[in-house]
Design a binder for this molecule. Structure first.
Ligand code: BV8
Ligand code: ZN
Length: 238
């Protein structure tokens, strides 16, 4: 029933926004942050501490080791049916915007264009001095890697807890949410802000909200259509 209702909504939709979280990459083998009640930890520390502005300021090499560990895991992960379905959707609507909280780059690998990466991308470094961005080699020859332009230390080009989102990216996502007539919220526990504001912004502006998650977060409120299922199985069905 839910999938049929979702199909009706998509058939009528003109301006579609999709917000994804770590759950959309779960079937690719990428660990999520909070699934099943457990918090992702490494060397006894939680992700929210390892990926924090505070730790970056006090121990950049340790933050690089944490990101190297995750890039190592990612190296063997490929886009799954959920990423592929969303890549196919981009040409199915008059207006389509894909916004992701993920830093794994799997949406672009699946063929999605102009992905709004709210939290950056784990495959890129950013210079702590001149701000230049560059693709990171795998694995890194030295930690921290030097900037190719000025030689200063690079940092991961990822938004850490306590840091602002890249200007322009969140604003573009907010504008798309304000104009949307349908927003999908896929594979997110919706606890991280300001990303989690987007479904509320869309709903307040009259959009239908569809949440796809085996453990629905309830972010869409009472009016949301909730499909309690895996993204890799549900999105292709829709
Ligand atoms: C900011 C990059 C302000 C790093 C990430 C208290 C103390 C300190 C800070 C705060 C606080 N309260 C609020 C804050 C603000 C903080 C925040 O929201 N914290 C949360 C934890 C409470 N936010 C920030 O700090 C943001 N910045 O506010 O700046 C500011 C203003 C002015 C000046 C300076 C600063 C920055 C937030 C960005 C942090 N960076 N990522 C990295 O990757 O290491 S966020 C991180 O969490 C990931 O990006 C991840 O995507 C994101 C959200 O997690 P989810 O994607 O939802 O993943 P999760 O594991 O939680 O859930 C997975 C879901 O998938 C589950 O629901 C599960 O059921 C489902 N699922 C599982 N399998 C499947 C599935 N779904 C479908 N199919 C499946 N197969
Ligand atoms: Zn530099």
């Amino acid at each position: 029933m839910d999938v049929t209702r979702v199909r009706e909504l998509t058939a009528a939709a003109e301006r579609v926004v999709v917000l994804t979280g770590a759950g959309v990459s779960a079937e690719s083998g990428v660990p999520t942050f909070r699934s099943g009640g457990g918090a992702l930890t490494w060397r006894g520390m939680e992700a929210t501490r390892l990926s924090s502005a505070e730790l970056l300021a006090s121990n950049l090499p340790l933050v690089w080791e944490w990101f190297e560990y995750r890039r190592g895991v990612l190296a063997s992960c490929a886009p799954n049916a959920a990423h592929e379905a969303l890549a196919a959707w981009q040409d199915r609507f008059p207006s389509f915007t894909l916004v992701t909280q993920n830093v794994d780059g799997l949406h672009s690998k699946a063929g999605s264009r102009d992905v709004l990466e709210l939290h950056g991308n784990i495959g890129r470094g950013r210079c702590t001095r001149c701000g230049a961005r560059e693709a990171l080699e795998m694995p890194l020859a030295t930690i921290p890697p030097p900037c190719s332009a000025c030689g200063a230390d690079l940092r991961p080009d990822v938004v850490l807890f306590g840091e602002r989102l890249p200007f322009g990216v969140f604003e573009a996502a907010r504008e798309a949410a304000e104009r949307a007539d349908l927003i999908f919220v896929v594979g997110t526990s919706a606890v991280v802000y300001p990303a989690a504001e987007l479904p509320e912004i869309a709903r307040r502006n009259g959009a239908h909200v569809v949440e796809i998650n085996p453990e629905p977060s309830g972010i869409g409120g009472a009016h949301a259509v909730v499909v309690a299922g895996k993204a890799g199985e549900t999105l292709p069905l829709i």
